[in-house]
Ligand binder design. Sequence first.
Ligand code: PEP
Ligand code: MN
Length: 337
Amino acid sequence: MIIVMASSKKEDVDHVVQRVEELGYKAHVIVGVERTVVAAVGDERGKERLISLEALPHVEKVFPILKPYKLAGREVKKEPSVINCGGVSVGAGHFCVMAGPCSVESADQIMDTAHAVKEAGAHMLRGGAFKPRTSPYSFQGMELEGLKLLWAAGQACKMPVVTEATTPEQVALVAEFADMIQIGARNMQNYGLLRAAGKAKKPVLLKRGMMSTINEFLMSAEYIMSEGNPDVVLCERGIRTFETETRNTLDIQAVPVIKQYSHLPIIVDPSHAAGRWELVIPMACAAVAAGADGLIVEVHPEPGRAMSDGQQSLKPARFEEMMNAIRPLAEVMGKTL
Ligand code: PEP
Ligand code: MN
């Protein structure tokens, strides 16, 4: 249920929160530009009891949230959310480019890439330390050592870093070294991991599962938010279709559809969508034109020697070309890059 406050005074809001909790619901306070609302979420049965709160003088009205995703939807918050990732804003006009290698491979590799992408205008550094690989025999990432190298490269280039956690147990460690916790496509419905990320005090980059619908994607965001972490950035990274010429099919329509349903920012990963480096620049341009709030792109100094995803990684010079291609488009779309 949505409880629209007639007053935004702290004591009035606290009072409503207390009453909601007494009725056995979790209260999430959402402060918007025009109004403050308290979203009461929990058991759908018996939620009518919350309507009695309408009698309070500092409550304007109480009404049900119709969509299954309560906190991620536009019903509780009309204006787009801006997520702060280690000082970099994502959403509502702030276009954010995250770039770096698929995997952290060595101190030099991550440091060289960090300098190159920063120089070209990237806002955040990416790099996997815990890799969710399809084969158990493939490179699994440098783990703790990789986290440390990524963190050091981010510090050296003054860029916040984003990296993946693949199990609930890894979340605390990743949160210690990273400014943003990535949840990969293969883990989009790993509910234990989503809940753990929801308890972390860092923003989360949630990638769409390759076989997930938009509704399921938003429900996964809801898992994170329902644990008390409102800072979720969504990422469309391509879905599986019958097409075999590309690694995945970039569902570009998901961007405007999600914008309609959710206030959360959504970025696009053209690298994993395409699986081929030569498609990355055109798909990055398409993402900007579709209204995305940012991009996450794989860049490697020597893609031919990459331990993972070399075939879809841009060389630094190509990444610079991509930045030059998207800059005027972002401006047309009313975004600052
Ligand atoms: C990645 O970002 O390197 C990755 C594994 O992506 P996805 O989870 O989208 O496959
Ligand atoms: Mn990758």
